[in-house]
Design a protein around this ligand. Structure first.
Ligand SMILES: [Zn+2]
Length: 406
């Protein structure tokens, strides 16, 4: 079994070790050392990165069968005596987040009676899941403040190995399944005592600060996302720059951002309503004009019109307005990069729109269209005004043929 040096010392990053086993793991070379400072993925904390003899360490885990620490490598190492180095920035980040989690978990117990049921430390986010699914905002703030007070008091953090017998007498927050006959206990002086195998800072002041950034209800539990130390600074920096840019863009102070955005949203809603109303009025006028200009053919008027640079949705609305007039048929075509035909008739007008649209679309090189006797539409590839006009002429001829029953 590998001697895990990080248990007693989370700060040493350079060390010498002896290779006791070579293996391959998922096609990559891996080694077991007689002793290691590399932390293997466990207890919610990810593995350390770094180098073994200049070769990058890309994964570290514990082998179930014998508890050996497996270092998976980016390449082969040929020597048996190896100089190793743990990447400090990542390790220290994990120490800040993990110790911060111990403090936050205890703070939630004291401030809200909420127990932590699980913990996750990821590259992007750190979370604890609490056994309650709802907490008052004041309780959250109280827990966050208490956690930060513990940090500012710079309390010592100490890890000791105890026997199962000793552990049973300690007021432990969490007891994991035992590895061997000893249990590792991490104490934050006069605040928290829990069993844990992770890497921690030696004094709480090193965490810098804890900020809760997000709450998410998950069934019977509450997921609390938080950031400690450098992550909290990066988060503050990012949010500060977003807010400052927004405030400058809206020429307001950042405290005025919320009411400003609310006002803008309300204004936008009102403008959309007015715009829609005016669009409808304009379309109604346009429809009236089109109907008046259309030649009367017996009892009906056929409004055949080719458009370009128009929105198809708007054209459908316009066709709808045109056929509000009794005895009216609208044959609309849209020329451009995507051609379109929209055929409609008033309830009392003759003609089967779904019959005449197909041959008209064929002329545009498309078969994608259909509808009902009173309304039909279809789209085709790019077509110029002349071509779309030809399609409308064909439709009109078919319409007249339908009407005369030939
Ligand atoms: Zn821990």
């Amino acid at each position: 079994m590998t001697e895990r040096l990080y248990y007693n010392d989370a700060y040493t990053t350079r060390f010498q070790a002896h290779v006791v086993e070579r293996l391959t793991h998922q096609g990559r070379p891996a080694v077991v050392l007689d002793q290691t400072y590399f932390y293997p993925t466990s207890g919610g904390q990810p593995f350390d990165q770094g180098h073994l003899g200049g070769t990058p360490v890309i994964d570290v885990f514990v082998r179930d069968s014998d508890q050996a620490v497996i270092h998976v490598l980016g390449g082969e190492v040929w020597v048996d005596e190896i100089a190793a180095e743990v990447a400090w920035a990542r390790r220290f980040d994990h120490m800040q987040q993990h110790t911060g989690q111990h403090i936050l978990s205890q703070a939630f117990i004291q401030a809200a009676g909420a127990e932590t049921v699980s913990f996750h430390l990821g590259d992007e986010s750190c979370t604890v899941d609490l056994h309650v699914n709802q907490l008052a905002a004041a309780q959250i703030e109280q827990a966050e403040l208490l956690a930060n007070q513990i940090i500012w008091e710079n309390r010592p953090v100490r890890a000791t190995m105890v026997s199962q017998e000793q552990a049973a007498r300690l007021p432990l927050r969490k007891v994991p399944p035992l590895e061997g006959d000893k249990l590792r206990v991490v104490e934050i002086k006069n605040f928290d005592l829990t069993a844990c195998g992770g890497t921690h800072v030696s004094h709480t002041g090193e965490i810098g600060m804890i900020k809760i950034v997000k709450l998410e209800r998950r069934g019977a539990e509450l997921r609390v996302e938080f950031k400690c130390g450098q992550r909290a600074l990066h988060d503050y920096r990012l949010k500060n720059s977003i807010i400052n840019r927004l405030a400058a863009e809206l020429t307001t102070g950042y405290l005025e951002l919320e009411p400003t955005v609310t006002r803008m949203r309300d204004e936008l809603k009102e403008l959309r309503r007015v715009l829609k109303q005016q669009q409808t009025q304009l379309l109604s006028l346009e429809a009236e004009q089109l109907v008046q200009q259309a030649p009367q053919k017996g009892q009906i008027r056929i409004v055949a019109q080719v458009f370009s640079d128009r929105n198809p949705v708007e054209l459908r609305m316009l066709a709808g307005q045109v056929v509000q007039n009794p005895g009216t048929i609208a044959l609309f075509g849209l020329a451009g990069p995507a051609s379109q035909l929209i055929f409609a008739r008033s309830e009392d007008a003759p003609g089967e729109m779904n019959q005449i649209i197909k041959p008209a679309l064929q002329l545009l090189g498309s078969a994608a269209g259909g509808g009902s006797p009173s309304f039909a539409q279809g789209g085709g590839p790019a077509a110029d005004v002349e071509r779309v006009s030809q399609a409308l002429v064909r439709a009109e001829r078919l319409l007249i043929a339908q009407k005369s029953g030939t």
